[in-house]
Every structure is written in C-alpha cells, then in structure tokens.
Design a protein around this ligand. Structure first.
Ligand code: UDX
Length: 449
C-alpha cells in the first residue's frame, strides 16, 4: 500500500518506520528541511530504542522515504496520516493549527480518492473539522472528489513505541465509511494476524477513546500518589499497600506506582485538554481537574522534602540529580518532574549537578549554559562534592548503589528518592537520611530490627 505520513515527530516517525517494515511503501513529509535532511542521513531526531535500525533498514530497501514537498506527498498515498503536533493552547485546549494546515494542503493537492487518518491526539470533533476544511478547499477548487476522514489514535509509550505499535493490545479505527474501513483493514492486516485487534467504531468514540485511556491511566497514578502522601502521614508503607491492592484483578498491578508525578508529552496535555473539552460542552470534569492538581502538587514534593531535610537552607548548596527525562529509556523532558525540581532549586539559590543516561543534550537545549547547572558524565560524578542527592527517574543504572560509598560522597547525608528505588532500611543502615514516596520514615525492614 502507498501511505503518506505528515509529521516526522515521535508518532509520525514510529508509524512510518513500522508500516514500511511490514511491506508498505511510506513517504514521510515534514516542513522542517533540516530535520528531513538529518533523517535522510540516518540521524534520528529523537532517541527511541530500535527506531534508528528500522529507519535505516527501510530507507535502504527503498520502502521508506522522506520529503518536504507537499504536492508529491499528497499525490503519493491513498492513506494520508496526519501525525503533526497538537501543543496545548494557553487555556490547555489542543492547538489544531498544524492539523488543519495539513488538511488544507491535502484539499489543495488531492486529485483522487483519499482516506485522511487523524493519528495525532485531537479533541472529539476534529475529524469532522478536518473533513469540513478539506471540503471547503475542494469546493473553492471546483473539485468534487470523494474522501473519508478516520480517527486512528496511537497508544505508544515512549521507550517502547515500536513494540507497542507492533504488538499493541488494540488498533482503534473510527470511521463510518465501508471503503475507508477496508483500506484501514488492509493497512493493519500485518498486525492483525493472530487475533482480531482492530476495533472499528464511530469517529467521535475513537477520538474519545484515546483521551479516556490516558485520563484513566493518569487517574490511577494520581490516586496512588494521593494514597502515598497519606501513607507517609499515617505511618504506613505504600509499597505494601500497592501489593495489597494490585492483587485484586479489578485493580491490577499496572500504573499504580507512586512517584514524583507523571510527565511526558501525553498525560499532562491530554488530561488538561479533556478537562477543557468538557468545559466547552458545559460539563465541569471535577475528577480530571483533581487528577491534574494532585499531579502538580506531587511534582513539588521532591523540592519540599529536600527543603525540609535541609532546614530550608538551600542557598549555595549543590544538589546532585539522578535522572532528567520524564521516565527511563527516553531523552524526553517534556513536563518532567526534574524540571520543576531544578527550577525551584535555582530560585532557592542552589546549584544542580545532574546526570542522565540520555537526556543531557535535551537538558542543554532547554536550559542552555548557566552557572547553576552542571551536567556531568556519570552518576558518580554527579554526587561527588554534592550536598544531597535527589532521584527523579528510575533508570536501571541508579538501581544498585553502595550506600556506604554514597554516604561518603554527600556533605549532608540526605537522599530524596522520587521513584522508590531502594529499601528504606538498607539506605538508612549506611547512615543516610532517606525520603522516598509514601514510605513512612520510621519504617524498618521486617526481620532486620
Ligand atoms: C503514555 C501512554 O502510556 C501511552 O499509551 C500513550 O499513547 C501516550 O502516553 P508515555 O507518556 O510514553 O505513554 O509514558 P508512560 O510509560 O505511560 O508514563 C507516563 C508517566 O507516568 C511517566 O512520567 C511515568 O513515570 C509515570 N508513571 C507511570 C507513574 O508515575 N506511575 C506509574 O505507575 C506509571
């Protein structure tokens, strides 16, 4: 099949690479010439395990190509995927200008039947909006061409995007047209061999499914963070509580890890956008607003715990930071808890000595050169001469630590762990003060007292 993908960001690039790898002919279009030039050189604009290999392999065999030329991109595919960004507006609603610009371009250049596929996460009603935009452009051109608009939301986790695309639990397609349905079935047939993963539904339900999935997962996390905060105050251990409730299959073990708040390109943006959509139709989504508020508060707990442990005396202190990305296996720092922490530390007059296995360049890009940010090459280097340590991301490399060694590195023996990586008892044995999430300070490991 011939497939065009607009946007070579995270979603567009993964979709293009995966679809070409199963035999489709894919043309990826992006307005950013420098990015396309880099991609043609095999240089990935993002870090995602397995992506570079997939892109290079399919560029080499000629099934994956890149262009900046809109007219040829529209002419190429019967399926036209829109995978451009939908950044939040100032009020939290999704900004559709890039999606609608692609819709206009398709309307201007199309000369035969097309299926336009909304892959970007877009508010309910956007497919309708895209349809209307294309119809108006065609009407201006005096063309009477047939086309359909589908919603096909992605469920890709950063760091596992290729696996999620290939082995995802379901493929949601919203369409009311039989012709589009058959083409979408053909597109996803390689992923649908062993059991039926395709779920066809009406367009609006498909659009809402994406938001509902992310809002549900964000709700689980905020719920656990709330219970963790309670556990701290009640003298309970959230890790025991997590096991206790996760064993109930109605609750399950997934996405109930307490931490320093969710970040990334999806949860914060999508929860806000859904709250905003609700307002627009006259509904106050109180639960969603609380999910967001709890998350904001949770991101602030790292700084608050540290400030409290250091008697609010942060001026001139150097704080070691392990982990900058919003989660492991990505260099993405969008809405990462590390950013809230660093910014609060700088305001309080402290310096940051940070290490992350992948996100150092991204951090440099965001914050530039500044005296109060020192980016170092290893976790060991980060703690050398630092006053205290904060852990923001659960990268594997932070999991096993000699706590006696760590105690010697830190001027003040304080470790704030936003990811519950260690047994409190083990850390404290080495003489460190350990502040994790939802693990009451007084807890001792059973059997070791
Ligand atoms: C998410 C969805 O999982 C994916 O289906 C959707 O398409 C895009 O958004 P992603 O943002 O890549 O994917 O990351 P994910 O692994 O879901 O984690 C999101 C955030 O939640 C991270 O900051 C993570 O640290 C946090 N999290 C996750 C927790 O704090 N606790 C958990 O139990 C799980």
């Amino acid at each position: 099949m011939r497939i065009t993908i607009f946007g070579t960001g995270y979603v567009g690039l993964v979709t293009g690479a995966c679809l070409s790898d199963v035999g489709h002919n894919v043309l990826c279009m992006d307005v950013d010439e420098a990015k396309v030039a880099r991609l043609l050189d095999g240089d990935m604009p993002i870090f995602e395990p397995g992506l570079e290999h997939l892109v290079k392999r399919n560029v080499a065999n000629g099934r994956l190509r890149f262009t900046t030329d809109t007219a040829s991109a529209v002419a190429f595919g019967t399926l036209q995927f829109i995978a451009v960004g939908t950044p939040p507006d100032e009020d939290g609603s999704a900004d559709l200008q890039y999606v609608l610009a692609v819709a206009r371009a398709i309307g201007e250049h199309m000369n035969d039947y097309k299926v336009i596929v909304d892959k970007s996460t877009v508010p309910v009603g956007t497919a309708n909006n895209v349809h209307e935009t294309i119809r108006q452009v065609l009407a201006k051109r005096g063309c009477d061409l047939d086309f359909n608009v589908c919603s096909n939301p992605e469920f890709l986790k950063e760091g596992a995007a290729i696996e999620d695309f290939t082995y995802g639990a379901r493929i949601i397609v919203g369409t009311e047209s039989e012709r589009a349905k058959e083409l979408m079935r053909e597109c996803y047939a390689p992923y649908n061999r062993h059991h039926e993963k395709l779920m066809f539904m009406d367009v609006r339900s498909a659009e809402l499914t994406k938001y509902a999935a992310n809002a549900m997962l964000a709700t689980k996390i905020s719920f656990m963070n709330e219970i963790a905060n309670l556990a701290e105050r009640l003298g309970a251990d959230i890790e025991a509580v997590r096991h206790g409730i996760g064993s109930d299959p109605r609750i399950g073990y997934h996405f109930i890890y307490p931490g320093c708040g969710y970040g990334g390109s999806c949860f914060p943006k999508d929860v806000q956008a859904l709250t905003r959509t609700a307002q627009q139709v006259g509904y106050e989504a109180e639960l969603l607003a609380s999910v967001e508020a709890v998350n904001q508060r949770q991101k602030g707990t790292l700084f608050n715990k540290l400030a409290q442990a250091l008697n609010r005396d942060l001026t001139g202190k150097t704080i070691a930071l392990w982990g900058l990305s919003f989660k492991p296996n990505t260099d993405d720092m969008r809405d990462a808890p590390s950013r809230d922490l660093m910014e609060s530390l700088w305001t309080a007059g402290a310096k940051v000595r940070a290490y992350d296995p992948e996100a150092m360049n991204e951090c440099r890009r965001i914050y530039g050169d500044r005296d109060d940010l020192i980016l170092v090459k290893s976790r060991e280097d980060a703690v050398r001469g630092a006053d205290a340590l904060v852990i923001c991301t659960e990268w594997k490399v932070f999991r096993s630590v000699d706590f006696y060694w760590l105690k010697q590195q830190l001027a003040i023996p304080v470790v704030v762990d936003g990811r519950n990586l260690y047994e409190p008892y083990d850390v404290k044995q080495a003489g460190l003060l350990y502040f994790a999430v939802g693990r009451a300070d007084s807890l001792q490991k059973p059997g070791k007292n």
